[in-house]
Design a protein around this ligand. Structure first.
Ligand SMILES: [Zn+2]
Ligand SMILES: [Zn+2]
Ligand SMILES: [Zn+2]
Length: 349
């Protein structure tokens, strides 16, 4: 036997476990050392007007389908005009020949759009903390309203920012999809959190956040109520996980102070992102809150994921292709290196 070798996370290729989903990511830190000969491009700054007469989300404008937006002054929520889900879909199962091969279930649900602000030119990173608190307040109202419907088991709040992430409109907004079944990612996280609580008698994310805070190397920023970190198992180059410090299943349980701290950490994270390549940073972000399936969820810990696609510049993105599509997701820049860079940009904001 050769001498015992301790895995060097900054040199040895290795795979890391995602404790939340129990999936793996392949990390190849030595590849981040290879010379980069591609372009390092900057995009010209894209200046948006405070009001855009052609934007279907701006106050007073007409949406496709002819509905006119009210002259709203804060947040504004409406049912998506081109909803991916319909409320009255039958929930029935279809299984061709009862062979378990061509199987489908009807999926009733509700899709809403929520504008963060009447201002077309703002984003979470440029909005005031007070205005982001209003966004948090509306998220809570929506989660409670949709989650209390008997046919709704999960409420997914998510934001796609930037055309690279498929956002069709720069107006600051998110989407809220309420579904009758628990979607794939929360289903995996639910069983991991349930098993962890059962096996260790403690919450998975409480224990994980504690470990990360002790180590410190993957922390990006923190305040009294939240911690933002690059998770050990990150797949996207500058992926961030935001965790509440206190164990709670959903945003509605946040105190007034914690809601303000959530607004603060969201502004910190999004402003830090905008400094990475000096462009409005594209991402998909979303909150994972406890299922709204009428059962208690002592295992569930409120958190948010930020998945930004950019790798080396404003234009060079990571693609999930080849081995990643057919095998396991892979990354070159380690979570620790990404966190170090983000932490530096955050502390010098
Ligand atoms: Zn607009
Ligand atoms: Zn917890
Ligand atoms: Zn999650």
């Amino acid at each position: 036997m050769p001498d015992a070798h301790t895995l060097n996370f900054s040199q040895d290729p290795h795979r890391r476990l995602n404790a939340l989903t129990r999936e793996w990511v392949l990390v190849s830190p030595h590849r981040a050392l290879r010379p980069w000969q591609g372009e390092v491009e900057k995009l010209p700054p894209e200046k948006q007007p405070p009001y855009d007469p052609t934007c279907y989300l701006c106050p007073g404008n007409s949406r496709a389908g002819g509905v006119q937006n009210p002259a709203y002054t804060g947040t504004f929520v409406f049912d998506n005009d081109f909803a991916a889900l319909k409320r009255d879909t039958p929930k029935e199962k279809s299984d061709l020949g009862n062979k378990g091969l061509i199987v489908a279930f009807g999926e009733p649900g509700i899709c809403r759009v929520m504008c963060f602000s009447p201002r077309h030119d703002l984003t979470l990173s440029t909005m005031s903390i007070a205005d982001i608190e209003q966004v948090v307040h509306t998220w809570i109202e929506q989660f409670q309203e949709l989650g209390s419907m008997p046919q709704i088991s999960h409420v997914q709040i998510f934001e796609n920012r930037g055309s690279m992430m498929g956002a069709s409109n720069p107006h600051p907004h998110c989407q809220i999809w309420a579904t009758s079944s628990l979607p794939e990612a929360p289903t995996r996280e639910l069983s991991a959190q349930q098993d962890y609580l059962h096996d260790h008698g403690t919450c998975l994310l409480c224990a994980y956040a504690k470990l990360e805070l002790e180590q410190g190397i993957r922390i990006v920023c923190q305040n009294d109520s939240f911690v933002a970190l690059v998770p050990f198992w990150a797949v996207w180059p500058f992926e961030i996980l935001i965790c509440s410090r206190r164990h709670l299943p959903a945003m509605a349980e946040l105190t007034v102070k914690e809601r303000s701290d959530l607004a603060n950490v969201l502004k910190l994270v999004t402003s830090t992102y905008d400094r990475v390549f000096e462009v409005p940073f594209p991402y998909s972000m979303g909150f994972h809150q406890a299922p709204t399936d009428q059962s208690a969820h002592p295992e569930w810990h409120l958190h948010a994921h930020f998945y930004p696609p950019l790798l080396r510049s404003a234009k060079v993105r990571k693609f999930m292709v080849g081995f990643e599509m057919l095998g396991t997701p892979q990354r070159d820049i380690t979570a620790e290196t990404a966190a170090e860079r983000l932490r530096f940009l955050c502390t010098t904001l």
